[in-house]
Each structure stands twice: as structure tokens, then as C-alpha cells.
Design a protein around this ligand. Structure first.
Ligand SMILES: [Zn+2]
Length: 345
């Protein structure tokens, strides 16, 4: 009961992305993954949080971060993560953990995690390890992984878990390189590790996928692309505005490589470069914006991007032309007054 009350507050939080179509879509993928007889236990909420994370509470409330959706490339990949979280739920891991915590305030802290998310500075590997807010032990994580894989294997989806862990490792490498940290040795984990590392997960899922052999199921890649492209700015907002340029660039590029580049995705990459704003970035950003407007799906803000990067690199004349085009395409935008002032100077 305490949980349900907290859930009502949670539902009204500004951190929740309210998009019924997305929720229905995610519920559908979950139902296909774990079966229509089971999935009714879950109520999905999408949280505006750039980190790779999902979790499920003992009352059936399931959280999916926008950062998780940004990093997935198909329904099949998504099904491995949703199946994992549902696995914890079925195995009562979160309930046991909740009982161990005992205090309701801890539960409220869990519900409030979305709000706390923003200031945190974590590498992708840490993100991966906290998949599920509760700190489950290594055996529980592994059990949830294998139960999740079992759901996927009896679903219409092929098992695509290893690809997810491979990319998380690559993203982490990119982040570490940028921060001049040493790359993690992805060999055998230490005896004190309480969680399976990304490397271990990559290893056992690769082995499992090899044992299964050829898989015929449909990955649901096209459907996934369509449903997430529709709300791409919401999904990528946190990553673009965050502090991990290299990691965010990796995530955007890997999506483009897998699902193709449309105007909106290329615009997103342009924004990432413009916001970092090194002189070289502004030139690169302008190139991306200019390419974006030749592709389907480019938003009016691509013209704004061309205008701003042109002006900042000294090409005032073309900058003004592009900004006027932006105002013509988006006359009621929030920044139209500021843009008009730029044009008067
Ligand atoms: Zn887990």
C-alpha cells in the first residue's frame, strides 16, 4: 500500500516521459517477451534519464530509462533487458531486497531515483552494473540473466544479448579514452566482484547464442526504428546535453550504423558537436546540419544550427540566411525573439 501511494507521486513527476504510444509499444514488446499471461503484472514508466538502466519493483512498477532506449537497436535487444528485469521480479529479488531494507524511506528513494539521476557522473560500465537499482548479488544477476534469456528463447524474438554488452563495453572504452583513464582489462574478474561484469555477461551470452546456433526470429528492427525515431529528441536529450561527449557520440553513431541516418539523428549528432563548441566542432556541426537538411526528418532547428555555427565561425551572411529560414519554418518557437535580435546585429 505504501508503494502504491508512492507510485501516484511518481507518476506525476516531471522526470516521467508521458507518451502513451511509447508505453503501449514497450508493453507489447514485454508481453511478446515474457508471455501475455505474465506481462499484465507490469506497469511501465519511461524516465528521462540518459543512463542505461531499467528496473522493476515488487508491485510491478517497471522503469525504463530513455538512455536505455537510446542504446537499443531492435525489439530483440530490448527484450533481453526487459526479460532480465522481469526475471528479477519473478524471482522475487526486489521483494527480498525490499524486505532487507525494511525502511519505507529506502523505497521512496528508489522511486525518487529519476530525480537524483542528473548530477551523477558514471561511466557506462557503472551504468551497466547498476542495471536494476537494487544492488543484487552476482548469483541473482546471473539468475535474472538466464531466466530473461529463457523468456526470450520461448518468444518470437532471437536472443541478441551479447551485442548489447559488446556495445556497452565499446562505449565505456570511448568514455575512458576521453577522460584519459586506463581501459578496463576485460579478462577474469576479481574474486571480490559482487556483480557479473559486462565482460562476463558478454562471454556467457556469446556462448549461449553460439549454442543456440542460427536463429530465425524477426529482430523487430524496423518497427523499433520507427517507434523510437518518432520521439528521438526525447530519447537523446540527456545524452546530448551530458558531459560524456565521446560516449554520446558513440551511441549516436552506433544507432546510425545499425538503423540508418535520417535528418533527425544527424541533427542530434550536430547538436552534440555544437554544444561542445570547440572551433573544429562548430565546423563539423555545420557540415552535419547541412547534410541533415538533405535527409527526411530534419527539424527546423537544423536551420538554426546552420545559422548559429555559421555566425560563430565568421560567415555572418550565410548565417543570417539560415536563421531567417529557421524563423520562417518555426515562427512560434521559444527562441524566436532571441534569434530576431541576432539578426538585427
Ligand atoms: Zn539485474
Amino acid at each position: 500500500m505504501e508503494m502504491d501511494e508512492a507510485e501516484r507521486g511518481f507518476r506525476d513527476s516531471p522526470q516521467i516521459l508521458h507518451d502513451e504510444r511509447l508505453k503501449t509499444y514497450l508493453s507489447g514488446v514485454l508481453c511478446k517477451t515474457v508471455g501475455f499471461d505474465r506481462c499484465g503484472a507490469a506497469r511501465i514508466y519511461v524516465v528521462k534519464d540518459h543512463r542505461f538502466n531499467a528496473s522493476m519493483a515488487p508491485n510491478g512498477l517497471m522503469i525504463v530509462n530513455t538512455g536505455l532506449l537510446a542504446r537499443m537497436h531492435s525489439e530483440a535487444e530490448l527484450s533481453t533487458v526487459l526479460g532480465h528485469e522481469f526475471g528479477h521480479f519473478e524471482l522475487r529479488h526486489s521483494l527480498n531486497r525490499f524486505r532487507a531494507l525494511r525502511k519505507g524511506t529506502d523505497w521512496l528513494a528508489w522511486l525518487g531515483m529519476a530525480g537524483a539521476a542528473t548530477g551523477n557522473d558514471m561511466t557506462a560500465t557503472q551504468n551497466a552494473i547498476i542495471l536494476g537499482f537494487f544492488s543484487y548479488n552476482r548469483e541473482q544477476e546471473k539468475d535474472a540473466d538466464f531466466l530473461g534469456a529463457a523468456y526470450v528463447r520461448s518468444s518470437p524474438y532471437p536472443l541478441r544479448a551479447s551485442a548489447v554488452w559488446k556495445r556497452l563495453a565499446e562505449e565505456d572504452d570511448a568514455t575512458r579514452e576521453e577522460r584519459k583513464l586506463r581501459k578496463l582489462k576485460r579478462a577474469t574478474p576479481g574474486a571480490t566482484d559482487t556483480h557479473p561484469t559486462g565482460a562476463q555477461r558478454f562471454a556467457y551470452f556469446s556462448q549461449l547464442e553460439a549454442e543456440i546456433g542460427a536463429q530465425n526470429g524477426d529482430d523487430g528492427q524496423e518497427q523499433f526504428r520507427e517507434e523510437t525515431s518518432r520521439i528521438l529528441p526525447d530519447i537523446f536529450a540527456g545524452l546530448v546535453k551530458g558531459n560524456d561527449f565521446a560516449g554520446a557520440d558513440y551511441v549516436i553513431r552506433s544507432r546510425g550504423d545499425a538503423l540508418g541516418w535520417d535528418g533527425l539523428l544527424l541533427h542530434t549528432r550536430a547538436e552534440l558537436y555544437r554544444l561542445r563548441g570547440n572551433p573544429r566542432d562548430l565546423i563539423t556541426a555545420r557540415q552535419f546540419y547541412e547534410k541533415a537538411i538533405t535527409l527526411p526528418g530534419a527539424p527546423p532547428e537544423s536551420w538554426r544550427g546552420i545559422g548559429l555555427t555559421a555566425m560563430r565561425t565568421g560567415d555572418t551572411e550565410n548565417g543570417k540566411v539560415a536563421l531567417k529560414e529557421y524563423l520562417a519554418k518555426a515562427p512560434t518557437s521559444n527562441d524566436s525573439a532571441a534569434i530576431k535580435m541576432l539578426l538585427e546585429n
